[in-house]
Design a protein around this ligand. Structure first.
Ligand SMILES: Cc1cc2nc3c(=O)[nH]c(=O)nc-3n(C[C@H](O)[C@H](O)[C@H](O)COP(=O)(O)O)c2cc1C
Length: 405
């Protein structure tokens, strides 16, 4: 896949990372991309239109109402002529504007008027990034189909500030652009893919349950990435605190047994990706009423029994999908455990992640995985869960290419 000849509209927001947007223009131009630049008024406080114009070899657009500008092409044409709209740095302000449908300057109007995929590379102070308002806006934008790259954790430009909010590096943004543009042919159109995500809750009584720390972020991101490639995605999700992904049919379940039934009802399918952290065991009985704490009696003894193994069940099912992918969350002997799982479960490949990884994979936004298959072990660098999802979806599309619909 080459970017040569692709047209990208780059919107530069007003943050310190605007200087990195200049490098991004350079990197894209090196790859033969035609880059058109829009800068917000705040962006021009950080870098000049002169620099952006020199690097893009084009006029830089800044004003919604500039009818005298000989280069004026209008916000609608600007928003439609590109194959992809990239916002880097995406300020908290630009995210808030698009999430809420504001259009009061050229950048926000273009973003609202475009019919093209939007990719945002947020950059801001960690407090701004973790603010509930920004988190809400991000969730809304994701639901609306906006793709994200970064931000990363690290030192901020402001002294004595560290945390999550650094803009992704220009080459990471280029990789995200490549992944998104490869998506446009929709290689998974006509393919039905089942994805499971999140934890399961195994009841002890009406108010208590056994669960695990899975947030559903990775599974939901994979469902969204597969849908972006055109797949008909059926997501079976355990209880999670995140929104259903855009363009995906989501079914909510609570227990491992419910997840198993839901998955089996969805067969046949072309592929199945088992990301959910299904509880291995459940309490044999679930009390109809809340178990009372009785003084002097001590805690109740829980008799645990094994839950069904959904991955192995589908891996050996008579309606087995052509491609079965399992996840193995391990804290030790990652690869040997994944290899053992591969054979036992009838999976084509296992995505092994070390959940003891620093920063906590479960619940976190980043992941470091190894793809274990009969062909060997492919170690991927640490990246965001969205990036893992995009790469995995591309891998699944590649593998399914050889399977006739
Ligand atoms: C020195 C300085 C650095 C800033 N850095 C950021 C930043 O990294 N991210 C951000 O969202 N806002 C940052 N801001 C605030 C934005 O510039 C401000 O919200 C502005 O209105 C954004 O406008 P825009 O979204 O139209 O570009 C910064 C402001 C100043 C003065």
């Amino acid at each position: 896949m080459t970017l040569s000849g692709k047209r990208i509209l780059l919107i530069i927001g007003g943050g310190i990372a605007a200087y990195k947007a200049l490098d991004l223009i350079r990197r894209l131009r090196e790859r033969g991309v035609v880059v058109r630049v829009v800068m917000t008024a705040a962006a021009q406080e950080f870098v000049t239109t002169l620099s952006a114009g020199a690097l893009s070899a084009d006029h830089v657009f800044t004003d919604l109402f500039d009818r005298n500008d000989e280069h004026d092409v209008g916000h609608i044409r600007l928003s439609r002529e590109a194959g992809l709209v990239v916002v880097a740095p995406a300020t908290a302000d630009l995210m808030a504007k698009l999430a809420n449908g504001h259009a009061n300057d050229l950048a926000s109007t273009v973003l609202l008027a475009t019919d093209k995929q939007v990719l945002m590379a947020p950059a801001m102070n960690p407090k701004m990034w973790s603010h509930p308002a920004t988190r809400r806006n991000r969730a809304t934008l994701q639901k609306d189909g906006v793709a994200f790259v970064g931000p990363a954790k690290g030192e901020m430009a402001e002294s004595n500030e560290a945390g999550e909010g650094r803009m992704a590096e220009p080459l990471e943004i280029v990789a995200a652009i490549e992944a998104l543009l490869a998506i446009s042919p929709k290689p998974l159109a006509g393919r039905k893919i089942i994805v499971t995500s999140g934890p399961t809750h195994e009841p002890i009584d009406p108010v208590r349950y056994i669960a695990n720390r899975s947030s559903g972020k990775q599974g939901h991101a994979i469902a969204a990435a597969l849908a972006r490639l055109g797949a008909d995605v059926r997501l079976v999700s355990g209880p999670v605190g995140i929104a259903d992904p855009a363009d995906v049919t989501t079914q909510h379940v609570e227990t491992a047994n419910e997840m198993k039934d839901a998955v089996e009802q969805l067969l046949p399918a072309d592929a199945a990706v088992f990301v959910a952290a299904v509880a291995d065991w459940r309490s044999e009985t679930s009390a109809g009423e809340k178990i009372k704490k009785v003084a002097g009696e001590g805690p109740p003894a829980l008799q645990m029994i094994e839950n069904p193994d959904i991955l192995a069940g589908v891996g050996h099912h008579r309606k087995r999908p052509s491609l079965v992918v399992g996840f193995a969350a391990e804290t030790q002997d990652l690869v040997s455990n994944a290899e053992a799982k591969l054979a036992k479960k009838g999976a084509d490949f296992i995505v092994a992640n070390d959940v003891s990884h620093e920063g906590g994979v479960m619940g976190g936004d980043r992941n470091k995985v190894r793809i274990v298959s009969k062909a060997g072990v492919d170690e991927w660098p640490e990246m965001s869960k969205d990036e893992v999802a995009t790469r995995l979806a591309a891998l699944i599309a590649e593998r399914l290419k050889t399977v006739v619909v």
